[in-house]
Design a protein around this ligand. Structure first.
Ligand SMILES: Nc1ncnc2c1ncn2[C@@H]1O[C@H](COP(=O)(O)OP(=O)(O)O)[C@@H](O)[C@H]1O
Ligand SMILES: [Mg+2]
Length: 392
């Protein structure tokens, strides 16, 4: 990773007893978050994101495991002595205080004097581009402005680590997108480590350097946005992040990292095997293949294939040329459904006996050039590495 580790979770478990039942909110989670990193905890509601954040903040104690911040064990360190600060979804501003008073409040609690507190608060408001709102009351501000005040209040204490629990959740979509970009820029300028909780995969992808995908208290995968999208570790991750086709088949044979998958009596194709050794025992068994819709291409069986340079080929010539490349998978199918969505068209294609694939084609040319009709026979082709065998 290069940079020093700021926050480390070592095999953290947190259990609650709720109405006589034991709930394991966080289950053996280990994470290393680097200094200055924008780190996202991503997963569906109830997967343990907030609990993980509260454990780092010190509002909860782990049932087992250890948390270190900047190398120091946090076990006996109360929340207000930890070099972290939290921004909540609901802002939690004091309604009777002005914006400036809201921001200076925390500093005054720490014994920072009036003039000094005021200077630092104004600097923090400057950072979130709200200095003109200093004397206003929270209710006189928009949702986005209130969220920025909450951010200023957290930043004014100059924490090493800022914890953000779905901070943009209450904003409408347009404002949310703006704040995503602003937050990302601000984080880069300040160099503060951000640990950002969200259930919105697009938000995590847009903002984070790395993402931890959680489900049922477990961390399923940690990686850059590209890694979790391009090489999902499990079916859950592939399904949660972006759109994915899942095909069931049996693993027939393999050569190095290339496996041959059979989906019915007539239809086979090649797929990428992740951990090669782990696949050895799965020969002849049921597996799932994940395949992203935008990695697939289509051309019609019974018409010419037009290229961007104005030339064209017969479908059979084009098919023969493609099949010379050993990395290409090509299957025949029938278009069952088309949905035009402006930038792209989504085609549902039946391949083999009765498998379905969603294919996403970008509408970069004239519409007539890229459009396929319901009932049309097509070839679907893709690079075999785009189809990945998932074990879990
Ligand atoms: N104080 C608590 N008492 C009992 N159960 C809790 C408590 N806090 C969280 N949980 C449970 O732990 C699980 C994870 O919750 P949480 O961390 O809030 O998830 P998320 O933030 O991902 O939605 C849920 O099943 C939730 O009901
Ligand atoms: Mg939560």
């Amino acid at each position: 990773m290069g940079r020093p580790i700021d926050v480390e979770l070592k095999n953290i478990t947190k259990e609650f007893v709720a109405r006589g039942h034991l709930v394991r909110a966080v289950d053996r989670v280990s994470l290393q978050i680097a200094d200055g990193e924008f780190f996202a905890l991503l997963g569906p509601s109830g997967c343990g994101k907030t609990t993980t954040l509260r454990l780092i903040a010190g509002f909860e104690q782990p049932t087992s495991g250890e948390i270190l911040i900047r190398g120091q064990a946090m076990q006996n360190v109360p929340p207000f002595h930890r070099p972290v600060n939290t921004v909540f979804q609901d802002y939690a501003l004091f309604p009777h205080m002005s914006v400036l008073q809201n921001v200076t409040f925390g500093l005054e609690m720490e014994g920072v004097s009036g003039a000094e507190a005021r200077k630092r608060a104004l600097e923090a408001l400057e950072m979130v581009r709200l200095p003109q709102a200093a004397e206003r009351k929270p209710r006189q501000l928009s949702g986005g402005q209130q969220q920025r005040v909450a951010l200023a209040r957290a930043l004014v204490k100059k924490p090493a680590v800022l914890l953000l629990d779905e901070p943009l959740g209450a904003l409408d979509l347009k404002l949310r997108k703006e704040m995503q970009t602003e937050l990302k820029t601000m984080q880069r300028q300040l160099g503060i480590t951000f640990i950002f909780v969200t259930h919105d995969q697009e938000e995590a992808m847009t903002m984070a350097d790395r993402i931890a995908v959680m489900d049922g208290g477990h961390v399923l995968q940690v990686g850059t946005p590209e890694e979790v999208y391009e090489s999902p570790a499990t079916r859950f991750v592939a399904d949660f992040i972006g759109e994915t086709n899942f095909l069931s088949g049996t693993l027939e044979s393999r050569q190095d990292s290339r496996g041959c998958v059979r989906i019915d009596a007539e239809t086979t194709f090649n797929a990428l095997l992740g951990e090669e050794a782990a696949h050895e025992g799965r020969m002849g068994q049921e597996i799932t293949v994940a395949l992203r819709p935008e990695k697939l291409n289509l051309f019609a069986v019974d018409s010419k294939v037009k290229f961007p340079d104005g030339t064209s080929d017969s479908a059979q010539e084009y098919k023969t040329a493609l099949l010379k490349d050993a990395d290409i998978n090509l299957v025949e199918g029938e278009v069952l459904e088309t949905v035009y969505i402006g930038t792209d068209t989504r085609y549902t294609v039946r391949i083999g006996k009765d498998a379905r694939l969603v294919v996403r084609m970008q509408n970069f040319g004239l519409r007539s050039d890229v459009y396929f009709e319901r009932g049309q026979r097509v070839y679907v082709f893709w690079d075999y590495e785009a189809s990945q065998v998932l074990l879990h």
